[in-house]
Write a protein that binds this ligand. Sequence first.
Ligand SMILES: Cc1cc2nc3c(=O)[nH]c(=O)nc-3n(C[C@H](O)[C@H](O)[C@H](O)COP(=O)(O)OP(=O)(O)OC[C@H]3O[C@@H](n4cnc5c(N)ncnc54)[C@H](O)[C@@H]3O)c2cc1C
Length: 445
Amino acid sequence: MTQINRREFIKLSGATAALAATPSILKAEGGGSFEASVAVVGGGFAGATLAKYLRFWSDGKIQVIMIDKNPDHVSCVLSNLVLNDRLQLDDITQSYAPLEENYGVIVKQGLVTDVTGDVVKTVYLDNGETLNCDYVVLAPGIEFIDIPGLKFGDVNSFDIIPHAWIAGSQTELLRDQLHEMQQGDTFVMTVPQSPYRCPPGPYERACVVADYIKREKGGGKVIVLDPHEGITIEKETFEAAFNGIYKDIVEYVPNAILNAIEIDPVTGEKVAKTSAGNFSGKVINVIPTHKAGKIAEDLGLLPDGNRFAPVDPVSYESTMPGKSGFYVIGDANDSGQPKSGHMANAQAKVCADAIIRTIAGKTTSEDFVHDPARLENIRTNSACYSPITYDEASWLTAVFAYETADNSMKLVKDSFASSNSPHWSNDNFEDMFEWAQSLFRNTFG
Ligand SMILES: Cc1cc2nc3c(=O)[nH]c(=O)nc-3n(C[C@H](O)[C@H](O)[C@H](O)COP(=O)(O)OP(=O)(O)OC[C@H]3O[C@@H](n4cnc5c(N)ncnc54)[C@H](O)[C@@H]3O)c2cc1C
């Protein structure tokens, strides 16, 4: 493992720029004749970054309309810290106002229900509004796959068995259930099947909950039901935590594929039924297996049997036949890169650059997207900090580079992690906030 100091790491991970140079193609061409409009579905880390950089890098020449079903964005990043009261939801809620005020993004609140048309596309919102545009970028995040006994479209199930994997009221519900636990009670949680949003996130949650139970409740149990053969990421770190500071609290169960959830109608007892046995708990936190946000599936961007949308990593344009002009960024795509907010931000920049170059190429007949100098410079990166105790954290980051040979993003060898000793520290914990603020500013500010 290559050692770098933390300041260098924050600089590296905070600067999420995915390309060596800011594209200046529209500016260089001058003339103001590039009239195009882009609709962005979803205002999370992917969509908000894309909207901002399309406006910024095109010098305002592209009209950008960003639509989200919510009035602002509650960040999943740092949301585990709401569970132990380190943060409140307000601390991680991002306003869209700076995107409107500083960059001229047109922000609309509504649920996108359909998109029709070929060259000119029409976007339909649930409030009856329709919008015409030239390009549609989908950044809808994730949807959950239903579990028998627990239909996630059903509001009542959410109320009893929270996932807290899309931040907001679910996060507060899980926090309240955790706080109501008594000494000796059991918290059962499930890890989703890979690939899922935030690879270390479930193990990080187990640590935050175990720490809370230890400090605030004087003991209890956290059962981690993992469908994988073992811890999928930062293995040394999480094994050290589970078998060390949390050895009396955490029970880690590998190969535990969740089959069903049962809630006894009389006693209210909650049971997670898995391939490794049945586990009951005072709180059950099911993080179901994910697929791309529903709109991606509705628009035919997922091949049969695929959970995520295949894309060309030089542009994030859909590779589904007949779907040119549709792009999919962030957690919803199937690009082989980690599903993280940091990565969503990086992919959005590659996509914004590609759309600007596509628009410029339309009037100059040049292929700016596949310019060899550009391909050589396509980089993305990801970073995740994981709180392990009340005031200590671990971290990892990964850098990806474009590989022409098979048109994919490949992990660059010298990625970094804090997985050798010390696995976690208070310095890392403090750096986590600096890194997160930098990501929030870069995306929403
Ligand atoms: C507990 C936890 C901790 C995490 N920690 C980290 C971390 O340390 N580092 C990191 O980089 N990442 C972390 N992540 C992962 C990160 O939050 C996600 O990868 C990131 O949010 C993905 O961004 P996105 O834009 O693809 O999706 P989202 O952020 O989910 O945004 C999707 C948006 O689309 C909107 N939307 C969906 N469908 C429609 C529609 N039809 N019409 C209108 N709007 C729609 C939604 O309302 C939402 O605002 C963490 C996640 C969790 C759960």
